[in-house]
Design a binder for this molecule. Structure first.
Ligand SMILES: [Zn+2]
Ligand SMILES: [Zn+2]
Length: 123
């Protein structure tokens, strides 16, 4: 079919229904489209406001992961307490191992052997 290029206004032949530009304008057209997309994205970000997790100030994030208003706040972010979960898990196994007269390491090796059924572990 014959179409008219939206960029240079020349007629050209194409098989594609979606084609909007002649072959010589197509690379330039995609560059422009990419640039417009970038600008659009930047404008979207400019609209987004994030509250700094450290000081509570509302600011424009540089990217979607940016949750602190400044490097200072990033460094001085409130520390979350480490979960004592690991410790809790350790206790019963340790107790079980001691009850069986084994060290924790040996107990773990034995458990691993029973679970996997492969490999040889020297006790
Ligand atoms: Zn053209
Ligand atoms: Zn801050």
């Amino acid at each position: 079919m014959i179409k008219t290029c939206k960029m240079c206004g020349r007629d050209y032949i194409t098989d594609s229904n979606n084609a909007k530009f002649c072959p010589s304008c197509r690379p330039e057209a995609s560059r422009i489209a990419a640039r417009e997309k970038r600008v659009q994205k930047r404008e979207e970000y400019a609209k987004v406001m994030t509250k700094c997790k450290t000081c509570g100030k509302v600011f424009h994030p540089r990217n979607s992961r940016n949750t602190y208003c400044s490097d200072y706040c990033q460094r001085n972010r409130p520390r979350t307490k480490p979960a004592p979960k690991k410790q809790k898990e350790l206790v019963p196994i340790n107790t079980a191992a001691r009850a069986a007269g084994m060290t924790y390491g040996k107990w773990q090796s034995l458990k691993w052997m029973q679970e996997t059924g492969i490999g040889r572990v020297t006790l």
